[in-house]
Design a protein around this ligand. Structure first.
Ligand SMILES: [Ca+2]
Ligand SMILES: [Ca+2]
Ligand SMILES: [Ca+2]
Ligand SMILES: [Ca+2]
Length: 142
């Protein structure tokens, strides 16, 4: 009995440390997102940074490899201070194939369109500053 609880404790501590380490290792300067250094983040650079940082998995809180409306709502509230559903889009706007789940492509596309305020196909430094919030994107509890 004692051994089991020791192992459980050790495992918990390990999980805590590895989670904290993962959060801290996220490097999210604009220059990191702008992979080729042309001061514009295009759709590909944006998707690959989201992918590298595992944000899709963060939003998919029950880890069934898809984001449902509840998970999306939680994500929007957690990651975007004052997310405005009318202005910024609803779950249905993001779910372009209407299957009630967001796959990775829909999640990347929805996030990109949200960040690209002027719809010119790039997220520039100002747009990045508008949407990127250190607290939620760089160091969250998931
Ligand atoms: Ca670029
Ligand atoms: Ca899910
Ligand atoms: Ca979908
Ligand atoms: Ca833009």
């Amino acid at each position: 009995m004692k051994t089991i609880s020791k192992i459980t404790t050790a495992l918990l501590i390990f999980l805590l440390i590895s989670t904290a380490g993962f959060s801290q290792n996220r490097d999210n300067d604009y220059s990191t997102w702008d992979n080729n250094g042309d001061n514009k983040v295009d759709n590909n650079e944006f998707s690959s940074t989201l992918n590298d940082n595992g944000y899709y998995d963060d939003w998919d809180t029950n880890s069934d490899q898809r984001i449902d409306e509840n998970e999306w709502n939680n994500g929007a509230v957690t990651y975007y201070d004052g997310y405005d559903y009318e202005e910024d889009g609803t779950f249905n706007d993001w779910d372009t194939n209407d299957d009630s789940y967001l796959d990775e492509d829909e999640y990347f596309e929805g996030t990109f369109e949200l960040w690209d305020d002027d719809d010119n196909g790039y997220v520039d430094n100002n747009e990045y500053d508008t949407w990127y919030d250190d607290d939620s994107w760089n160091d969250n509890d998931y």
